[in-house]
Design a protein around this ligand. Sequence first.
Ligand SMILES: [Zn+2]
Length: 187
Amino acid sequence: MFGRKRSSAQEELERGRWKCGKCDVEHGWPFDLAVDAPDPWPHAREHEPNSALRLDGDFLSDDFCVLEGKYFLVRAVLTIPVIGVSGDFGFGCWGTLSRENFEKYAAGFDTGNYADMGPWTGWLCNQLEGFTPGPDPIAVWVQPRHDRMRPMLWVRDDDHPLAMAQENGISPERMLELFRAYGHGPA
Ligand SMILES: [Zn+2]
């Protein structure tokens, strides 16, 4: 007789590789979606070197962003587990920090040793299709990590759809739907 039927989405993810409809290459699981600037960034998404960091005006590099000398953001990762599949989905995105915590993060960035390990409070400044109902920033915890790994973001409001996804995981079908929404699903 037949065993428990596994969903084709689960198998598609667990096989680990799929041909992308957009990039013309194979993607592998776990696969991250990353945005190279916060949504409010008003200029071309050209990255300066991290070492050129300035705290006045507008600045964007791989890991740091400053807007109007007033808003300080760091490149972070927000993870969502996928039910029945090992490995988490990672959304590479941008979160704000207070100037004080941003300076702590920048000072410890090269060594991975920070004056404190937080968690710090911030705002997620990128939308994720299907999980963020509007463009408003979402309150998050920003958890710095050692060894030059990017900080983790955790949505603070337990009732937010993104917090529930982080807590409970999402189905493999929903995962593939999200990849498709960004054009990186299986062809
Ligand atoms: Zn792709």
